[in-house]
Design a protein around this ligand. Sequence first.
Ligand SMILES: Cc1cc2nc3c(=O)[nH]c(=O)nc-3n(C[C@H](O)[C@H](O)[C@H](O)COP(=O)(O)OP(=O)(O)OC[C@H]3O[C@@H](n4cnc5c(N)ncnc54)[C@H](O)[C@@H]3O)c2cc1C
Length: 413
Amino acid sequence: MPWKLLRFGVSKKHPEPRMFTYHEKLKTHYDVVIIGGGGHGLASAYYLGKDHGITDVAVLEKGYIGGGNTGRNTTIIRSNYLTPEGVKFYDESVNLWQDLSQDFDLNLFYANRGHFTLAHTDSAMRTMRWRAEVNKHYGVNSEVVDADFVKRHAPMIDLSCSGHAPILGALYHAPGSVARHDTVAWGYGRGADMRGAEIHQQTEVLGIDVQSGKVKGVLTSRGYISTNKVICAVAGYTPRILDMVDIKSPIYIHPLQAMVSEPIKAWLDPILVSGSLHVYISQSSRGELVMGASLDPYEVQSTRSTLDFVEGLSSHLLDMFPFLSNVKVMRQWAGMADMTPDFAPIMGKTPIEGFYLDAGWGTWGFKATPVCGKTMSHTVANDSNHPLITGFTLDRFRNFSLTGEKGAASVGH
Ligand SMILES: Cc1cc2nc3c(=O)[nH]c(=O)nc-3n(C[C@H](O)[C@H](O)[C@H](O)COP(=O)(O)OP(=O)(O)OC[C@H]3O[C@@H](n4cnc5c(N)ncnc54)[C@H](O)[C@@H]3O)c2cc1C
């Protein structure tokens, strides 16, 4: 082992710059407490400081930042959704992504690749046309293309899919992109820290103090903090936090798994998704194939991955790309996806004064990280829901006015 590394390892001091400041103690009061140090919580802290000058903020993370779904996702960024609410919201996020590396002074490896949602049936083609029309109406670059167009962009594809699910065409979304997910958490974390927010890792929220319908504080594994404003951004843990404030939501938790291959020579530029085969694939800038499927069909709060998943996903991918049969799978994992019945998020104010919810991000919330930070910080600063999230409020389930996004969000994350 090199001497310098050994000396560093046994030293109590870590002289190299850290991404953010270590705070030994929690303060007794913060203006805003954010539960969850994933991308959404950290982005909310960042924009609270940057856009609204609110810097007396604590982000409480029970593990390490980015260790939840933010560090487990397959990083697809797109805005080709189905509902007007969804298209406008995700389009704003795609716009925000463009300047993030510069804002953070950190390379997020944001790579614009183009995104294909493959159609294997006439009814799937109809949905693609529907989505393309909604997208165009809101100025989002999406179009229906034929199978030859797909082949030109992904020459290694077997258009017949081993003969049993021939590709008829696709929805092509040129802005579709990927980015390096953990740097997103680090960038937002460092930016929030530089503006005065405190990030406390290894700090679990165990209870929320609500008196006469108003937030008064939070109980943590490191003591009590008084505050009047709490943002809950805990993705797969949302039902546990909602139990603490006695709010009922229709969120249910399913595992979502993914895997990566060994790095291989670059051969796949775009991101490909097949709803019928329940698979998607892209190639990272390191050459690894990043692959995933739809949700596991059972409700369970666990991050264990299964052999079943690797077998099912591999067999469908081989239908599309038979030449991959000798490529090794290097890693597999799972995250806990906080699903809603209409596949749209739940955001904004709640019946408890001072308790704000950013949840229901299921399989699609990574791309929304910037716009969530923007809109949640606005909502908290003004105590009024940002106009972009009015279609995502919790009371839509009571009013039967759902934002049906399933056609665009079930497999294509
Ligand atoms: C396999 C997989 C693939 C995906 N692919 C995509 C994709 O391609 N594109 C896309 O847009 N989205 C994708 N997603 C979804 C996306 O990852 C999530 O929606 C998004 O990362 C949610 O971010 P978050 O900050 O809300 O939650 P998280 O990153 O999960 O952060 C929540 C944090 O809260 C912490 N926490 C929980 N309880 C407490 C507590 N009591 N006290 C303190 N801290 C607590 C957790 O430790 C965690 O770090 C995928 C998800 C998975 C699992």
